[in-house]
Design a protein around this ligand. Structure first.
Ligand SMILES: [Zn+2]
Length: 101
């Protein structure tokens, strides 16, 4: 039983490591992750007659990162949002574990 548990844990770490590499490669590139870099906000889509003409209603996720000493905001499509957030949270947990351990 315990051996199986250890294997599962190992698999888990392997999976997190895989995801961490993915987020670095795909989203963060070589830039630095900053505190509070994933933020939810609302925006206007710009379509005529849309309800958002009055006030922004479309949820977007803003990913902030440092690039060549400049703070860059990247908007993440709603469709990608959940995946990105999951990757980001995993990355954070992982990073925290390194510092605490
Ligand atoms: Zn709209």
């Amino acid at each position: 039983m315990s051996i199986k548990k250890i294997n599962t844990k190992k698999e888990e770490i392997k999976e997190i490591e895989k995801q961490r590499k993915k987020i670095i490669n795909l989203i963060l590139d070589q830039s630095e992750l900053i505190e509070g870099s994933l933020r939810e906000s609302l925006m206007k889509c710009g379509k005529k007659g849309c309800r958002c003409e009055q006030e922004p209603i479309h949820p977007v996720t803003r990913l902030s990162r440092w690039e060549n000493g400049k703070l860059i905001n990247k908007l993440i499509r709603v469709a990608d949002r959940e995946g990105v957030r999951k990757l980001f949270n995993n990355y954070r947990k992982h990073k925290q574990a390194i510092y605490e351990g």
